[in-house]
Design a protein around this ligand. Structure first.
Ligand SMILES: C[S@@+](CC[C@H](N)C(=O)[O-])C[C@H]1O[C@@H](n2cnc3c(N)ncnc32)[C@H](O)[C@@H]1O
Length: 211
């Protein structure tokens, strides 16, 4: 594993997300299927780093590339250091609003609970970034809560959306159809939409070959 300079100079405490711990198993079931032919994956918004180590441990045919805003790197590195897996890479500095992954190429991408946290402009940029980084035939799995046909899929998600908007008006649960438009503009087509526990979904996009 490449040395992570952030870990060496400032070993952070491992952050822990109860949500990430709880949703890892149902997401993994889907990633096993969707990433079975992939060998490399870029994760956008790795957060604590918990998902990266859990999924890389279970899917050892994959090289798992973490990424996030710089402020989360020390925490991600702490999980990577403690897991000591050969197939998780220290985080790339990726703010979707400004990052370029032009020199990188992956056959899968993953992001969890990011689309309702980022502003909508950043969500659009995330699709552009992923579309540019994936090889033809590559797969992007996006986990989180979504609206379909303008409707929340549960009263709890409607409440959650209100809470997000109170916290920051740019946040909010997104319409899957809007995300599909962003995806299409970046050469990605939604091929599956899995329902997972807690009224969440995994949207699966395929990078088409023409772009
Ligand atoms: C709710 S957390 C989810 C973290 C993790 N994926 C999970 O499921 O536990 C949202 C993540 O989005 C990242 N994020 C927010 N804005 C971003 C941006 N502009 N570019 C890249 N990541 C961003 C945050 O740093 C954070 O890691």
């Amino acid at each position: 594993m490449r040395a992570c300079w952030i870990c060496r100079v400032a070993m952070a405490e491992q952050s822990f997300s109860e949500y990430a711990a709880r949703n890892a198993a149902p997401i993994l079931e889907i990633l096993r299927r969707e990433f079975r032919s992939a060998s490399s994956v870029i994760e956008i918004g790795s957060g604590t780093g918990q998902h990266a180590v859990a999924f890389a441990a279970a899917l050892d045919h994959l090289r798992w590339q973490t990424s996030d805003l710089d402020e989360n790197h020390a925490g991600i590195c702490a999980w990577i250091e403690s897991a000591r897996l050969p197939n998780v890479e220290p985080p790339l500095s990726v703010d979707v609003l400004s990052a370029s992954l032009e020199d990188e190429s992956f056959d899968a991408a993953f992001s969890s609970n990011t689309a309702h946290i980022m502003g909508i402009e950043a969500v659009e940029r995330m699709f552009a970034l992923v579309g540019g980084a994936l090889r033809a035939g590559g797969v992007f799995c996006l986990y989180g809560p979504f609206k379909t046909g303008g409707e929340f899929n549960s009263p709890s998600n409607a409440d959650f959306d209100q809470g997000l908007k109170r916290r920051d008006p740019v946040m909010g649960i997104r319409d899957i159809e809007v995300l599909d438009e962003y995806a299409a503009a970046s050469g990605l087509r939604r091929v599956r939409f899995y329902a997972v526990p807690s009224n969440n979904n995994v949207a699966v996009y395929l990078k088409t070959g023409d772009e």
